[in-house]
Structures are given as C-alpha cells and as structure tokens.
Design a protein around this ligand. Structure first.
Ligand SMILES: *[C@@H]1O[C@H](CO)[C@@H](O)[C@H](O)[C@H]1NC(C)=O
Ligand SMILES: *[C@@H]1O[C@H](CO)[C@@H](O)[C@H](O)[C@H]1NC(C)=O
Ligand SMILES: *[C@@H]1O[C@H](CO)[C@@H](O)[C@H](O)[C@H]1NC(C)=O
Length: 623
C-alpha cells in the first residue's frame, strides 16, 4: 500500500517540479523522485515501447512482453539527440495525462498507480518535422522497481508518407529489446512433453519437490540451473495453484541466511525478485532493498495455473553483506512454492518445500539428491503408534477391564494393570523418542503456522509427568489416593485427546506430505474409540444393575473418599459380561492395529500418491 501512495505523491512531485514551459532536469533525465536514493534497475527491462505509424501520427504502446503489470510511466518522443518533441493526445488514453516539458503535452504520465497491463497513446509530430523519432520511457513496476530510458525502435517521420497507412519498422535498433514473448499455444499435453525437464542431468542441474519428481516429471515445484556465459539461468516452475515459486541458495540444508530468487504471480504475469531468508525464530523471506539485484527475468508464463519463469543471475552478488559466488562456491538448493503472497514478500511455502541433501556447484549438472526425511517419518510413525495404538489400549484396559481376568496375575500384578503399565510405558517411550527426533530434524521451533507444534508440546509435557506421578502413587485406601486417581485419569485423558487433535493438525503440515484422506482414517479411529467407550460403559451399568453389586470397573468408584470402597470386596470373580468384554477387546485391538499400520505406511511412504504412481509406472514398465 505505502509504495502506491508514494508513487502517487511522486506523480504530484513530478507535476509540481515542471512549471509550465520550463524543462526541468526531470524532463531530461526522466528519473522519478522515488525516495531520492532508489536507483533504477539495470539490465533488460521486462517492458517494451512499441511505436506504430498511423498516417502522420504514431500509436505508441507500452506493455510487458512477460505480462507484468506496471504502475507508473513517463513517456516522451525524442530525436536521436534527445530533444523532446511532438505532442501526445491525452484523449487517446484514459490512464494518463499530459505534462509540458518544453511544449504543451510533449510528455505523458500515469494518472494513478493502479496496475496497468498496457497503455496505448497517440502522438503527433511537430508540423514539418522529418526524421527519426525515438520514444523514451520510464516505467515503474512498483515504487522501488523502475526502469529508466526504455527506448523504442526509431520511427521515421516523413511528410511524403504522411498519408501512407503502412507501418514503418526501421530495422536498426540500439535499444535493449527483451526476448520476444509469444503467448504459449494451446497446451499440448504438458505431461507428455514438458520442455522444463529436457536436459535435466546432462545440460542442466534440476531439483524438485517432492523427492525424485524430476525423473517422473511431476514436480510440484522445481528448479533447473544452467550456465549462460558468465551468468546462470534459473528456470523455476510450480504446479497448479501456486502463487509463487522460489529457490534458495544455502550453505546448509535448512532455511536461514539464504539468497532466494522468487518468481511471483503479478496480474497476468510473473515478476522475479531477490529475497533473503531470515533464520529462526521468525522464518520468512523479506525482499532485498534492491529486489532486482543481479537478476533479470527473461521469460515468464502462467499456463493452466502452472507458473514458469526463467531468470538470469550474475555469478557474483553481494546479498545483504554476504557474497554469493555461484562460480566457485557450492550451495544446497532449497525449492519451495506457496499459494499466497503478501504485499512485499511471499507467504509460507504451503504447497511444497524440499532441501537438497548436499551442496553442489551449480555448473555441475549431475543430479541432486533430496534431503532424507527419515527423522520426520519416524517422528510421525512413533506418535501414531503411541497415541492411536498403545495409549488407546492402555486407557481402555484401565477403565473397563479391572474386573476381567480376576485371579490371574502377571508378574505379581493384576492382568489389566500390568498391560496398562506396559502400554503406557511404551506410549511414554515412543512419545519422548518422537519428540527428540523432531527437534534433531528441525533444530528449531517449527516455522509453520499450524497448532500442531504447540499441541504436541502440551501432549509431550503431560505425557512426561504421567509415569512419574504413577510411580509415587499413594496406596489404595489412603487419603491422597482419590486425588491421585483423579489426576492420573484426568491428565492421561487430556493428553490422549490433545494428541488426537494434534494428529489431525499433522495432516495439514507441508512437511508431513500426508494426503487429505488421512483425516477420514482418523475420524474412523475416533468413531471406533467412542463406540468402544459407550458400549463398555453401558455394559458396566447393566452389570451393576443386574448383579446389584458395586463393581469397581469405573476407576472413580473407589474414590468416594470413604476408604471402605466396596470395590475391593468384590474382587473375587470377573464382573458379568466378561466374555463379551474380552471379545470386544480382541475386535478393538484388530481395528486399532489396522488403523495404526495403515497410517504408518502412509507416513513412511509420504507422499503416498507419488509413491503409488511411481510403483504403478514401474510395474507397467516391467511388463
Ligand atoms: C532516454 O532516456 C535515457 C535516460 O534519461 C537517456 O540516457 C537516453 O539518452 C534517452 N534517449 C534518447 C533518444 O533521448
Ligand atoms: C540484512 O542484514 C541486517 C543485519 O545484518 C538485518 O537487520 C536485515 O534485516 C537484513 N535484511 C534482509 C533483507 O534480510
Ligand atoms: C518463453 O516461454 C515460452 C513458453 O514456456 C516459450 O514458448 C518461449 O520460447 C520462451 N521464450 C524464450 C525467449 O525463452
């Protein structure tokens, strides 16, 4: 917002600084007052000024070959010596108004800093003028990004051709003309022939996310680096729905202090910027104060929601005090894409993100392996096994199976108790291991805007203290026992519920690469778990009523505080429906086991869709 305002102010300043009839220096240099210190962009502008003769007049079009909209412009007709001449017809353009540099309406500028894809304006030469005229423009893509001296090819004004409707295009040109951009033809099955992947591993270095997608040509985001003389060309591409794609050059395999080239959707086109990743704690990639430092965009397109760009980058750049030397240094590549952009930077990489396993010289076109995701997968698998598997079973046993297998003991303890303890110790061990693994992997707090991390931390803390509390539990019948039982039950269940919610949030994590349908497996788990609790609770009520005995199957029952709980008196035989309970336990274990195995397979092979299609194609290739 603010730069648009500045641009507007600058327009006013420009007008103010041009008193009628007195050509000021701005008229000659065409430098906008953009904060004074901001320098114009070097390199090839992504805009063209195209003149078209029409009778004795000239139609001038300012447009972007790459479809990048612009916010401001200043346009003049000039002789090759730089004398301003002619007159613009302001009624021919509604995005601009004339300025008087020497003569009335010999220059034209924008009315507002709104995005413009192109402007057309009619220009009339002075009476009797014969000779070439060059249209010279300053074009501002944004407040801090503008090009000065964008010249058209010269047009010959001849009186004799005044009525000649033919277009005249002199061939000689000394202006930097951007590569011609022809709107892409009708998409011819992009999947079958995608030029992006042509040359990967033999003429360019390619890297993409998800892992190994370059071979299967189905990357969500990808970069291809090739050498272009003493510079480097970066081609970037991101699939449907992406609003930006970026590549980071890093000295390690994680974000922080990396030089980023980002291609960002702007209007109907693509703009390229340089940004710099900040490390922890607030990851992000603010743009450089000169967002075009050392780069120039050569091509860009959006076809069917797939963004593509080609950016040429100098081998040597000084990015915020750090020298990036592509010629002699090796870099890790980080590739990322996201669906949202902010006003002056890209938003979180919610669509894809992958780091390479090693650093490599960018001129080395051999393939680049992705960073291993083993630790993330182990973290997920351990947490699934712990909270869907062992915790669910342990809690169920403690709550409903105290009056089952009465009489038999395992290692001197009741059957339910020793299994409860076994499952809960497993839960604890898996949770602590998974917690350590994720911090070894990330080495920092998660940068993703998702409550998974904080909920996981709460679960882990609750879980951590459960066995300690249990170890120091007061003896049954003592005054403090009811308090322990309530705390143990309450905290344990809280941890379990928060853990399940945390698992639901894990599905949304970019890093987890889980398919949406995992949500439904989790819902199935919740349904099975709730039904089990309902069924077993109903059984207990019925059992109590029919036998008129007080059964201590509900853990709260022995907490009346009276100390003479009837529960212990009845511990001579199984409560009624013992057979049903055992059968249900068997069913429950089978279902839980199936869910846990399914989810661990999905987590371990994530992204499972890719693994599946790779598997299918490998089977087809064999046959
Ligand atoms: C166009 O403007 C630039 C920047 O002021 C200047 O260097 C160049 O000479 C101008 N071209 C002509 C033909 O006046
Ligand atoms: C550049 O570095 C300075 C400190 O060295 C830091 O404050 C600033 O945020 C950095 N700029 C970017 C774009 O990262
Ligand atoms: C720009 O990209 C389009 C489509 O990807 C391609 O057809 C065209 O040849 C490219 N132009 C240049 C100069 O690379």
């Amino acid at each position: 917002m603010h730069y648009q305002l500045f641009l507007f102010i600058c327009t006013i300043a420009l007008v103010r600084s041009l008193p009628q009839g007195a050509p000021s220096s701005v008229c000659q240099t065409m430098m906008p007052f953009h904060g004074g210190g901001i320098r114009p962009q070097g390199g090839l502008p992504p805009y063209n000024v195209v003149p078209r003769r029409q009778g004795g007049q000239v139609f001038v079009t300012v447009t972007s070959s790459l479809g990048i909209p612009f916010q401001g412009f200043l346009l003049q007709g000039r002789t090759p010596n730089g004398e301003i001449l002619g007159q613009f017809d302001s009624s021919s353009v509604n995005e601009g108004h004339p300025l008087d540099c020497g003569e009335a309406a010999d220059s034209i500028t924008h009315n507002s800093p709104n995005d413009k894809n192109s402007i057309d304006v009619l220009w009339t030469p002075p009476k009797g003028y014969e000779g070439p005229v060059i249209f010279n423009a300053t074009i501002a893509q944004a407040y801090d990004t503008f090009w000065v001296g964008v010249e058209s090819n010269p047009v010959d004004i001849t009186n004799r051709g005044a009525n000649d409707p033919q277009f005249a295009f002199p061939t000689q040109s000394n202006s930097p003309t951007p590569p011609n951009y022809s709107p892409p033809e009708v998409k011819e099955s992009a999947a079958e022939f995608d030029p992006f992947y042509q040359g990967c591993s033999f003429s360019k270095l390619c890297f993409g996310s998800p892992a190994n997608c370059i071979d299967s040509k189905n990357c969500k985001s990808a970069v291809a680096v090739s050498v272009a003389g003493d510079k480097y060309d970066f081609e970037l591409k991101a699939e449907s729905g992406a609003a930006w794609v970026g590549v980071g050059l890093s000295d390690d395999d994680r974000m922080g202090d990396d030089s980023v080239i980002e291609c960002v959707k702007r209007g109907n086109g693509i703009a390229a910027f340089m940004s710099y990743t900040k490390g922890k704690p607030n990851y992000g990639a603010p743009r450089l104060s000169n967002p075009q430092l050392g780069i120039q965009i050569l091509n860009g397109s959006i076809i069917d929601g797939t963004i593509y760009c080609r950016v040429r980058r100098d081998a040597l750049t000084n990015v915020n005090g750090t020298i990036f030397d592509l010629l002699s240094q090796k870099y890790y590549l980080l590739i990322a894409s996201g669906s949202k952009v902010r006003a002056n930077s890209v938003a979180f990489h919610d669509l894809s993100y992958l780091a390479s396993a090693e650093s490599q010289a960018l001129s080395d076109v051999s393939s680049l392996a992705p960073k291993s995701k083993l630790l993330i997968r182990l973290h997920g698998s351990f947490m699934i096994a712990a909270w869907l598997g062992t915790a669910s079973l342990g809690i169920l046993l403690a709550r409903y199976y105290r009056q089952t297998w009465v009489g038999s003991q395992v290692l001197g303890k009741d059957v339910w108790f020793s299994w409860h303890r076994t499952f809960m110790v497993l839960t604890w061990a898996l949770t602590m291991a998974a917690f350590v693994l994720i911090f070894v992997e990330l080495k920092a707090w998660s940068g993703e805007n998702n409550p998974h991390a904080i909920l996981g931390l709460v679960t882990t803390i609750l879980c951590f203290f459960q066995p300690i509390g249990a170890y120091f539990r007061p003896h049954p019948g003592t005054a403090k026992r009811p308090l322990f039982n309530w705390l143990h039950w309450g905290l344990g269940n809280a941890a379990h519920i928060i853990a399940i919610v945390t698992l639901f949030f894990a599905v949304k994590l970019t890093k987890a690469e889980l398919p949406e349908f995992v949500d439904w497996i989790l819902v199935a788990y919740v349904v099975v778990h709730v039904i089990s609790h309902l069924l077993l609770s109903i059984m207990n009520c019925v059992a109590e009523k029919s036998s008129e005995r007080r059964v201590s199957s509900f853990p709260m029952k022995d907490l009346g505080g009276s100390g003479k709980s009837s529960a212990y008196a009845d511990r001579s035989a199984d409560a009624p429906f013992s057979t049903f309970r055992r059968a249900w336990l068997a069913i429950y274990i089978l279902i839980i086991l199936a869910i846990v195995v399914a989810l661990i397979v999905i987590t371990a092979l994530a992204p499972i869709e890719e693994s599946w299609s790779n598997f299918k194609s490998s089977v087809i290739n064999k046959n």
